[in-house]
Write a protein that binds this ligand. Structure first.
Ligand SMILES: Nc1ncnc2c1ncn2[C@@H]1O[C@H](COP(=O)(O)OP(=O)(O)OP(=O)(O)O)[C@@H](O)[C@H]1O
Ligand SMILES: [Mg+2]
Length: 275
């Protein structure tokens, strides 16, 4: 492939990704709300049913001694299957719910460009992501290194949107170092995420670098494709980076770029024009 053909293929991919996101926006015009309501029923009733199963277990344990052993075992098996089924329903309901929420957030209207202090915005959202990670993984720790240049001016941005991109990228970084910590046999591995906000060539750069699992080529190709994810069911929607790219490049006329080396590092750079 020569350079021109490569560029064309790139543009075609971008266009098809944009079309998918545009379709998502249209979908949300009404359907998404209609999905969320019945979905809440599914999730809440599966939770309730799990509680009821627990109640049945309690009752059974009281009469347990009066039952023949065979029946006891059979009942235990059935109960345990039912519990598994119920928690799967809840898990997948939550998965659909997070996709729906993602679509809603993406297509919500009334957004205003506001002069914003990026340092405060970035600081707030990286720690939000950090605490979410810690809440679910109590024994895991990661060193967060922040470096903010004083000369970065206020930028005219849509704060909710840019914070969404920061959160997405930071969540991915946290996930990547967590995975590496679980996989590696290197006992000296120190999970680290570095965040830089600086002014360069008349633009502002936000750099997020993690020393996690890195991204292999075949994943890199699809990084910004809506719904592309390598995470297990229930863990990711695959919308994070495609929406972040559309926020940064579409709405803010900036760029979102990635550099990575498998098993060593991943660096996402958001570049925003100073307007
Ligand atoms: N910092 C990173 N290190 C390693 N892999 C990454 C990193 N960031 C993204 N990826 C890869 O890119 C894929 C797509 O990321 P994206 O944020 O779009 O979706 P997701 O994280 O899978 O789902 P969601 O953002 O909805 O939780 C991820 O599944 C992962 O394989
Ligand atoms: Mg993500």
């Amino acid at each position: 492939m020569n350079d021109l053909e490569k560029k064309l293929a790139d543009l075609e991919l971008q266009l098809s990704n944009q079309e998918k996101l545009a379709a998502l926006g249209m979908l949300s015009a009404g359907i998404v709300h209609e999905i969320q309501n019945p979905l809440n029923f599914v999730i809440n009733f599966s939770k309730l049913s799990q509680k009821l199963l627990k109640d049945i277990e309690d009752v059974l344990s009281e009469v347990n001694n009066s039952l023949p052993n065979d029946s006891k075992e059979e009942l235990d098996d059935i109960l345990s299957d039912l519990k598994d089924n119920m928690s799967r329903i809840e898990e997948n309901g939550n998965r659909v719910s997070s996709i729906v929420k993602g679509i809603l957030l993406y297509s919500r209207g009334n957004e205003e460009f506001t002069p914003t202090n990026l340092k405060d915005l970035v600081h707030e959202y990286i720690w939000l992501s950090y605490h979410a990670l810690r809440a679910n993984n109590k024994n895991f720790n990661v060193s967060i290194q922040e470096n903010y240049e004083e000369c970065v001016p206020l930028l005219n941005i849509i704060p909710q949107d840019v914070s969404r991109a920061v959160l997405n990228i930071m969540n991915n970084a946290c996930y990547a170092v967590l995975c590496k910590a679980r996989e590696t046999s290197d006992t000296s591995y120190a999970p680290t995420i570095k965040i830089d906000v600086k002014k360069e060539d008349g633009k502002v750069k936000l750099i997020f670098e993690d020393n996690g699992i890195g991204i292999p080529d075949e994943v890199c190709k699809n990084l910004f494709t809506p719904f592309f994810t390598t995470k297990p069911i229930g863990k990711g929607t695959g919308l994070g980076l495609s929406i972040s790219k559309s926020i940064i490049e579409g709405k803010h006329r900036g760029t979102l770029e990635v550099e990575t080396k498998v098993n060593e590092y991943t660096r996402f750079t958001i570049t925003l024009p100073i307007t």
